[in-house]
Structure formats: C-alpha cells, structure tokens
Design a binder for this molecule. Structure first.
Ligand code: ADP
Ligand code: MG
Length: 275
C-alpha cells in the first residue's frame, strides 16, 4: 500500500446534509476506502437506519446485528460493535440496522442523549493521539448521517470535530444548507465548541453543463477554501459499485470516479496537516 503521513491524532468527520441523495454515503465509503488505500487506519460509523454504507462496504446489517443502535441506545461499548471490512485492509465499520430507525424516538428519554456517540468514541482505546492511543489508533473516523437533523445527526455533530458536507452540483444545491449551518451553530454553542465546517465536497459534477459549473462557483463563493479542489464527477461506475457490495475504489479503481475520490482523500489528508 502506498502511504502518506498519519495525522497526530484521530480526525473525526461528520458527513452530513439533511438533503437525501446528495452523495453522503457514497462520499463516506469512497473517501474512507481511499484513505485506507493510502495506508491510513479508518473507521466508518453508519448512522443511517437505511444501512447503505454498511451495504456498500459488504458488512452484514440484517435486523439484530449489533451496531450503532446498540452503541447509542443500550450503551454497548464501541469495541463490541466494530467489524473489519472483508475487502479493504485498514478499514473498520460499525454497521447500522433498521433498528436504528427507532433510536431517534428511544433516545429522547435517555440520559445525556446528545452525547452518546461522543462518549462511546472517547472511551475507545483506538481514539486519540500517538501518546494516548498508540500506533494502532484510528487516523480517520467518518460518520455517515441520515438525511435529517434529528438526534442521530446531533449525536454525530457532538462526537465529531470536522463537518464534511457533500453538495450535489445541481439547481437548489444550497437550499436547506442554512438549516444545517444553524444546527451546527447551536451544537457549537451548547454541546461541542470544537466543531468546524472543514470540508465541502462537490459531487455528481457534470463538467459538460453550465449549470454544474455555476453551482460549483456559487458553492466556492459561499465556502471559499473549505471547498475541495477535487470535484467528484457523475459516473455510472460510482453508482453501480454498491450493488456489488463494493466501493468504486475496489470495483473499478482506474475509473474517473475512483481516481477523484482518491484525490479528494489525499486533499483531506494534506489539508489536515497544514492546519
Ligand atoms: P445520500 O447518502 O446523501 O442519500 P448517496 O450517496 O446514497 O446519497 O447517493 C445518492 C444516489 O446517487 C445513489 O444512488 C448513488 O449511487 C448515486 N451517486 C452518488 N454519487 C454519484 C456519482 N458521483 N455518480 C453517479 N451516481 C452517484
Ligand atoms: Mg446515505
């Protein structure tokens, strides 16, 4: 495996956008796989009851499989619900089952309900810096959020330090982002002062259309340096991969989608180094 320098401590990304179908899950699994290919130790936490990230990473998530539901609602330790990826060395996954659909309601009566995921992460020996977590530490954690701003997404925003917002390069792309950013401000003020909107990723970009270019420009004028220079092109190979239980990184490593995700992974890693 080619390798790049490891960050000094675990970097935890929340992949969120309350709009569905913008590329949250696709970006989570492919950036995570890209970083694993670059020699990093990576954990993906599937926080969407649909379990699409689990499917794409070929992890069992039939009802009753221990995963994020047990972590959040029952307080099961993270170590008991992590599964190594069968395909990608260096990548671990916490699967989500349909049970998680009930968690949004069940968590309402749980003590410190917004901080359940944060607590679980902090308690795990592989989360931290070289001194506290050692060589075996996870370098990156990606939390794939559901398309809503409920307690599941709030748990992710409290647990993470960096927000990664995938934005689909199409009309109305920025609509609804105000609500997400307001939620981020609320979380920062009351629950997690460390949270930063660090990364914007333009997805499903079709360079042949003026609309896509216009949207990307608009995104850049809003978010500036936070926008990755790499845009992810719209590509059939990217959308086919999950039906084979694969990321596009393993399904078709030479395809434009895979190369772009690898480049995005490199950019994310190098931006962290200069911070
Ligand atoms: P979200 O998690 O935000 O709901 P997904 O990652 O599931 O979004 O993507 C929504 C749909 O778009 C999926 O069918 C996915 O395969 C497809 N898709 C995502 N990225 C691309 C891309 N770059 N090219 C083509 N299809 C894509
Ligand atoms: Mg999704």
């Amino acid at each position: 495996r080619p390798s790049i320098p490891r960050p000094m401590a675990t970097r935890t990304f929340v992949v969120a956008n309350q709009k569905g179908g913008v590329g949250k899950t696709t970006s989570t699994v492919n950036v995570a796989a890209g970083l694993a290919q670059l020699g990093q130790r990576v954990l993906v936490i599937d926080l969407d009851p649909q379990g699409n990230a689990s499917t794409a990473l070929s992890i069992d998530h039939f009802q009753g499989t221990p995963g994020t539901y047990e972590l959040l609602v029952d307080g099961t330790p993270l170590g008991d619900v992590v599964v190594p990826s069968p395909e990608i060395p260096g990548l671990d996954v916490v699967p989500a089952t349909i049970d998680l659909a009930g968690a949004e309601i069940e968590l309402v009566s749980v003590v410190a309900r917004e901080g359940r995921l944060q607590k679980a992460l902090r308690a795990h020996p592989r989360v931290g810096d070289a001194e506290t977590a050692g060589e075996d530490r996870w370098d990156y954690i990606f939390i794939d959020c559901p398309p809503s701003l409920g307690l599941l997404t709030i748990n992710a925003l409290v647990a993470g330090a960096e927000l990664l917002i995938p934005i689909q390069a199409e009309y109305y792309a920025l609509e609804g982002l105000g609500q997400l950013l307001k939620t981020v401000d609320m979380v920062r003020a009351h629950l997690n002062p460390d949270l930063a909107v660090s990364t914007i990723l333009v997805t499903m970009y079709d360079g042949r259309t003026r609309l896509a270019a216009g949207v990307a420009e608009e995104v850049k004028s809003h978010f500036g340096d936070q926008v990755l220079r790499t845009y992810i092109p719209r590509s059939v190979r990217v959308s086919e991969a999950p039906s084979y239980g694969q990321t596009v990184m393993t399904y078709d490593p030479g395809s434009p989608g895979a190369l772009s995700y690898l480049e995005a992974a490199r950019e994310i890693a190098s931006k962290g180094m200069s911070r």
